[in-house]
Design a protein around this ligand. Structure first.
Ligand code: ZN
Ligand code: ZN
Ligand code: ZN
Ligand code: ZN
Length: 482
C-alpha cells in the first residue's frame, strides 16, 4: 500500500486521544483521507467513534419506527412521547441509553414550540428526523455543527437530482410545522446532500442512519485495510483487517464485496461520484477468481477475461466485446427471473445452465447459489443438509479469495456454517437414542469429532468478527472466543 502523501488537514478538529492515533490529510487525487500514526495488528480495534448525529433511515425499505430505539411500530396505533408526541415504542424506552438523542435534541424544542404535529408529519418521521437533528446541532452544539459542515455534499453533481429535491421538500414541510429551528431551503439541501453522501445505514433492516466525523472521512477501497461495524450503542468500531503500518491510509468499503467490478464501479459512481481504481478494480480476473469471466466455449477449461478484446487464457479463442455484452444481457435478464423463483429444483437447473457459460465463481453464479441456499434453508429439509453446507462453503471460499477472511460478511457466513453443524449434531443425537446400534460412520460428515471441530472453528470466527455488531446473533453474544 503506497503512503498517502498530502498536507495535514486543519479543518477537522480531532480530540487529543484521537490525535495521538490518526491524522486527516488532503491530497490532490483522492481528497481527504484518514492516516494512522501507529502500527496496527490484524483485528486490532483502531478506534471507536460516537455518532455526530443519528436518526431513522429514509431507505425506501425502512419502516415507521420508534424515534429512540428504532424498533418498528404499527402505523395505526402507536405510543407517543408525552412531552413532544413523537412516536415511541414505550415510556420505558425513554430511560434507555438510546433515548439520549431524543431527550437532548428535538424533545425539549418540540415541547417548547407547542405546535400540534399533523399525523402526516408524524408518520413521515423517518424522512425528516435525522436532518432536523443535524440542524438542531446549530443551536446546541456549534463545534459539532461545524464538523458536520466539513463533510462532502456533492451538490454540484446533484443540483437536479429528483430524490434529493424530494428529501429537501419533506424536511422543509416538517420544519414549517415543527418550528424548532430557523433554517433556509439551501441549508436543508446541503444537510440532505451530506446525509446522502456520508451516512452509514445499519440495523436489522438498515433502519438507522448516522454520520460520524472521522469514519465518514475514510476513503473507499474494494480490498480495504479496515472493517467498520456499528454496535448496540450506535458507535462505529473500526478494526484492522490486516497489519497496517504507521503512515498508511485507512480504508473501508462502501459496497458489498460480492458485487462484480462493473456493479461496484456503477454503484460508487452513482452514490459517491468517483471511479474506483483499486487493485481489485484494475485486475480483470479479480484476484484470479474470474468473478466476471465467461467460460471459454471452445476449450471449456479457460476463461474469457472481461477486457477490450476478450480472449481465452487457455487456448487461442477470441471474441468481441459486443458478443460478450450481448450474452451477459441475456443472462442478466434470465437471472432476474430466476431470483424470483421459489422452488429449489428450478434453481438447481438454472445453476447447471449457468455453469456451462460462466466461470464457477461468476457473480451471477454466486448470487444464484445464495438464493438457492436461502431457499433450502427456508424449506429446512434434513436431506438437503449436505448441499446447504456445500453451497455455504463455496461462497466462503470465493469471499476468502476475493476479499479475505475477516470481513463482516464473512462473519455472517461463518455463523450460518456453524448452524449447519448444530443441526447435523442434533440429528445424529436423535438417531443415537432411537437406534441402539449407533450410526454408521461412512464419511466425515457422520463423524462427531469432525463435526464438533468444524462447528467450533466457525463459531470462533463468527464471534470474533461479529461480537459487538448491532446485528450479532444472540448465540454469539454469549460465546467467548478462545
Ligand atoms: Zn423504543
Ligand atoms: Zn419527546
Ligand atoms: Zn475498487
Ligand atoms: Zn479456451
Amino acid at each position: 500500500m503506497e503512503n498517502f502523501l498530502g498536507d495535514i488537514s486543519r479543518s477537522v478538529q480531532l480530540s487529543d486521544d484521537i490525535n495521538r492515533l490518526l491524522e486527516v490529510r488532503t491530497n490532490p487525487h483522492s481528497g481527504r483521507g484518514v492516516i494512522t500514526k501507529i502500527d496496527c495488528s490484524e483485528n486490532q480495534l483502531v478506534f471507536l467513534e460516537e455518532p455526530l448525529v443519528l436518526g431513522p433511515s429514509n431507505d425506501p425499505t425502512s419502516e415507521f419506527c420508534c424515534v429512540l430505539c428504532y424498533k418498528i411500530l404499527g402505523t395505526t396505533t402507536y405510543n407517543q412521547c408525552e412531552s413532544c408526541s413523537l412516536p415511541i415504542c414505550s415510556e420505558k424506552c425513554l430511560n434507555q441509553s438510546s433515548g439520549i438523542w431524543h431527550l437532548r435534541m428535538e424533545c425539549p424544542l418540540l415541547a417548547k414550540s407547542r405546535s400540534s404535529i399533523s399525523a402526516q408529519v408524524l408518520l413521515s418521521t423517518r424522512s425528516w428526523l435525522a436532518p432536523v437533528r443535524a440542524l438542531i446541532l446549530k443551536l446546541i452544539d456549534k463545534p459539532k455543527w461545524g464538523q458536520l459542515l466539513q463533510l462532502e455534499h456533492h451538490l454540484n453533481e446533484r443540483r437536479n437530482c429528483a430524490i434529493l429535491q424530494r428529501q429537501q421538500a419533506l424536511v422543509w414541510f416538517a420544519i414549517q410545522q415543527l418550528a424548532v429551528v430557523e433554517t433556509t431551503q439551501e441549508e436543508i439541501r446541503q444537510v440532505c446532500g451530506i446525509f446522502d453522501s456520508n451516512a452509514f445505514r445499519f440495523g436489522v433492516s438498515r433502519e438507522i442512519r448516522a454520520l460520524y466525523t472521522l469514519v465518514s472521512l475514510i476513503n473507499h477501497d474494494c480490498r480495504p485495510s479496515t472493517r467498520v461495524i456499528f454496535d448496540t450503542q450506535f458507535k462505529a468500531r473500526l478494526s484492522a483487517r490486516r497489519t497496517i503500518r504507521s503512515g498508511e491510509e485507512l480504508t473501508i468499503t462502501y459496497v458489498s464485496p460480492l458485487l462484480n467490478t462493473r456493479e461496484r464501479r456503477e454503484k460508487l459512481q452513482r452514490s459517491k461520484h468517483f471511479t474506483c481504481t483499486c487493485t481489485r478494480c484494475e485486475d480483470p480476473t479479480e484476484f484470479g477468481t474470474h468473478f466476471s469471466s465467461l467460460r471459454c466455449p471452445k476449450c471449456i477449461k479457460g476463461h474469457l477475461v472481461d477486457n477490450d478484446l476478450p480472449s481465452c487464457d487457455n487456448c487461442s479463442f477470441k471474441t468481441t466485446k459486443e458478443k460478450v455484452q450481448c450474452l451477459m444481457t441475456a443472462l442478466s435478464l434470465k437471472q432476474e427471473k430466476a431470483l424470483r423463483k421459489s422452488d429449489s429444483t428450478s434453481l438447481e437447473n438454472i445453476l447447471g445452465i449457468y455453469l456451462k457459460a460462466l466461470s464457477d465463481n461468476h457473480s451471477l453464479v454466486i448470487d444464484l447459489k445464495q438464493k438457492l441456499l436461502s431457499n433450502l434453508n427456508r424449506e429446512n429439509k434434513l436431506q438437503t443438509w449436505k448441499r446447504r453446507l456445500q453451497l455455504n462453503q463455496e461462497v466462503i471460499n470465493l469471499l476468502d479469495r476475493i476479499d479475505g477472511s475477516n470481513s463482516r460478511q464473512m462473519g455472517f457466513l461463518q455463523y450460518q456454517r456453524q448452524c449447519f453443524f448444530v443441526i447435523r449434531l442434533a440429528h445424529m443425537q436423535r438417531l443415537k437414542t432411537t437406534c441402539q446400534n449407533g450410526v454408521q460412520e461412512s464419511d466425515e460428515y457422520e463423524r462427531t469429532d469432525w463435526l464438533i471441530g468444524e462447528l467450533e472453528k466457525s463459531l470462533s470466527l463468527a464471534t470474533k468478527l461479529l461480537k459487538h455488531d448491532i446485528n450479532c446473533p444472540e448465540e454469539l453474544k454469549r460465546h467467548q472466543v478462545k
